[in-house]
Design a protein around this ligand. Structure first.
Ligand code: NI
Length: 663
């Protein structure tokens, strides 16, 4: 079932197609954008969005470029009123933006690729490799930030990875055209430089992965998820309620899926936990000095944008059960307002055991199954596919699972050579070592807007009088008081984690109510100090950053990271102000990451690799908040084992007559 678009959006609801189209019409009336304008997204200005009547005009920012004039602007505007009210969108401000800095839209990428395929130099270089049908060649314009040639650095640039397909339906990412690197002017659509590092034999093996390519499919038994009474959640516009949780679903150009106003109903009280949560940036550096690989280091959100890359789940749905979809509206690179049908998936999942105990003295048992609510979206970033699964649990926990799948970005390799900084994954194909970092933004609101951050770790008790047996272990708490200490590192070996506390609210033990944040998926950057990779994304040097809320500090790697001076903007720059963090509107920026040493088993398509982080109540409640979860219905008892079916083990599911056998 597909949601009818909300016609009277509430304050922070996603922009509608009608709102976007109205604003673009108003911008198009201005001659300065020229005859060939390009757009890089529209976003609600959340900080300025007025509370009040639904359907009121809302403030937005639009990035528009005039490539013929080497000019770009951030346009401020108000949407037309919605919900049957009359009036038009109003443009009220143009701010110059460095023409190199807006990110690249998919439409701009396709224009660039089409133009590059007509370049005589590239055509000749492809012919040297035996490729004469240029229509089967892909050129992916990649962000060049930090690697702009000195004599071209005033231009809006891209560099190209080049791929070959044996047919239109072939997997192009399986056949890298090695050695060729076009540098492309995104505005004039010219190949301004072409590096040719020599011919390498093309991959000979197919990279297809459709059913039957590698032999007959295996047999699997049917598995059905049935919810005979429908789902356990309710939806009203963008507002979702599920058991004790409630939140609003948002969506932006830059971040894609956003959750607003996440709160937990505790008895009769709605208790806020997180004001706003989103995956704010990705950084993917490749760690290989090969001439066609060393430039690969991407801000996938800041240099492209998650919203328009969000996959329509009409093109392959990933969830089982009673599903509710939400559409999303985006502005494409040509200025068209478009709907991504079924962009966001909402569904419940069984999640194994919530809690359990068997009383072996009496033979009685209490067990509860865990149910979780999943709000998910997938983004397809050229070769890679990333799933973002925000998951709510019955015990008050919040989890973000990121699923990495799709096709690895590979390089060609000559016969007889071994990859020094990668792995052979097919004949003449190597997958370079690389990393994926995700900068998450959490506007915290544990029991209210003012919170503080406390770091906690385990430490042996050094006082021998207090610790006569040598086993005593302390919990050491450190308040993170200001930004000079606001960048923190995880350390699982010391059980290091963080508490987000409300110092004005106490639980029944007199402790501040709090949530706990633990980050277990981390990696270190192995780039030499001073290198582009090291300077481009300083935020990856820590695993958690804390800042006080500031309206213009929206993105962890800065507002416009494409072709930006390295490290100029972003969380590490804001920290220089050393603002106090205690009792502030605390914004947390967890950075989770994975070091990816490729495996042959991840080719030609990668089984999902999952990384995650969790927020758990930590003195937020007075006891286990899930004691009211009912036992499974008798007819829903999936553990029942028919008599005799347990075989020789003799421990059928309903055998409660066994005695106590000790340990
Ligand atoms: Ni990877």
């Amino acid at each position: 079932m597909t949601q009818v678009p909300t016609v009277t959006p509430a304050r922070l609801d996603p922009l509608t197609v009608a709102e976007i189209a109205g604003v673009v019409t108003a911008i198009r009336a201005d001659p300065r954008i020229g005859d060939n304008p390009r757009f890089w997204g529209i976003a609600l200005d959340e900080a300025l969005a007025p509370a009040g009547l639904e359907g009121s005009p809302r403030p937005v920012r639009v990035v528009v470029m005039n490539p013929d004039a080497h000019a770009a602007w951030e346009v401020s505007a108000w949407t037309a009123p919605a919900g049957g009210q009359t009036g038009a969108a109003v443009v009220n401000g143009w701010r110059d933006v460095d023409a190199r800095r807006p990110g690249v839209s998919s439409e701009e990428a396709r224009m660039v690729a089409a133009a590059a395929r007509k370049d005589p130099g590239l055509i000749a270089a492809l012919a040297k490799r035996g490729i004469t049908d240029v229509s089967l060649v892909w050129v992916d314009p990649e962000s060049i930030t930090g690697f702009e040639p000195d004599d071209l650095s005033d231009r809006r640039l891209s560099w190209g990875t080049v791929w070959y397909r044996e047919s239109v339906e072939d997997n192009g990412y399986a056949r890298p055209v090695a050695g060729l690197v076009p540098i492309i002017d995104l505005e004039t659509l010219e190949v301004v430089r072409l590096e040719d590092h020599g011919v390498v034999p093309m991959a000979t093996e197919t990279g297809m992965y459709s059913s039957g390519t590698w032999g007959p499919d295996r047999t699997v038994a049917p598995l059905e998820i049935v919810q005979p009474q429908g789902p356990g959640f309710s939806v009203d516009g963008q507002l979702v309620r599920w058991q004790n949780w409630s939140f609003r679903i948002g969506f932006t150009h830059r971040e894609g899926l956003v959750l607003h106003e996440l709160s937990y109903r505790d008895g009769d009280v709605e208790r806020p936990v997180v004001k706003r949560a989103a995956v704010n940036e990705m950084y993917v550096p490749y760690l290989d000095s090969d001439p066609t690989a060393y430039r690969k280091n991407f801000f996938d959100w800041g240099e492209y944008g998650a919203g328009p890359l969000t996959a329509s789940l009409e093109l392959g749905c990933d969830c089982l059960g009673e599903i509710r979809y939400f559409d999303a509206a985006v502005l494409d690179g040509h200025g068209e307002a478009k709907t991504i049908a079924n962009a966001i998936c909402l569904h419940e999942e069984d999640a194994s055991i919530l809690w359990k105990h068997v009383n072996t003295r009496t033979g009685s048992a209490e067990v509860r199954r865990s149910r979780r609510l999943v709000i998910s979206a997938f983004a397809t970033v050229a070769n890679y596919d990333y799933g973002f699964y925000w998951t709510l649990y019955q015990d008050g926990a919040i989890e973000l699972e990121i699923k990495l799948t799709g096709i690895m970005s590979v390089s060609g390799i000559a016969d007889g050579e071994r990859p020094r900084y990668g792995r052979m994954i097919a004949p003449n194909v190597q997958a370079p070592t690389h990393q994926h970092y995700f900068g998450i933004r959490l506007d915290m609101a544990v029991d209210g807007e003012l919170n503080r951050l406390v770091e906690v770790h385990a430490e042996a008790e050094e006082d021998e009088e207090l610790n006569p047996y040598g086993n005593a272990c302390k919990l050491v708490e450190t308040v993170i008081g200001s930004e000079s200490v606001g960048g923190r590192k995880a350390d699982p070996a010391r059980a290091l984690h963080w508490r987000i506390e409300n110092d004005h609210k106490a639980n029944r033990y007199g402790d501040p109510t709090a949530y706990r944040l633990a980050i277990n998926n981390t990696t270190g950057l192995f780039a030499r100090p001073g290198s582009v990779v090291e300077r481009k994304a300083p935020f990856v040097s820590k695993h958690l950053w804390a800042t006080p809320y500031a309206a213009e500090e929206r993105f962890i790697a800065g507002e416009y990271p494409n072709q930006a001076p390295l490290g100029e903007d972003g969380v590490q720059a804001w920290q220089q102000a050393d603002r106090p963090l205690e009792n502030s509107r605390l914004v947390l920026w967890p950075v989770i990451g994975v070091h990816h040493f490729p495996r042959p088993e991840q080719w030609p398509i990668m089984p999902v690799d999952t990384i995650s982080f969790r927020l758990e109540p930590d003195g937020f409640f007075d006891r286990n908040p899930s004691l009211d979860v009912p036992p499974a219905e008798p007819d829903g008892d999936h553990c029942a084992v028919p008599t005799g079916a347990a075989g020789d083990h003799g421990h059928g599911g309903h055998d409660h007559d066994h005695g106590h056998h000790g340990h």
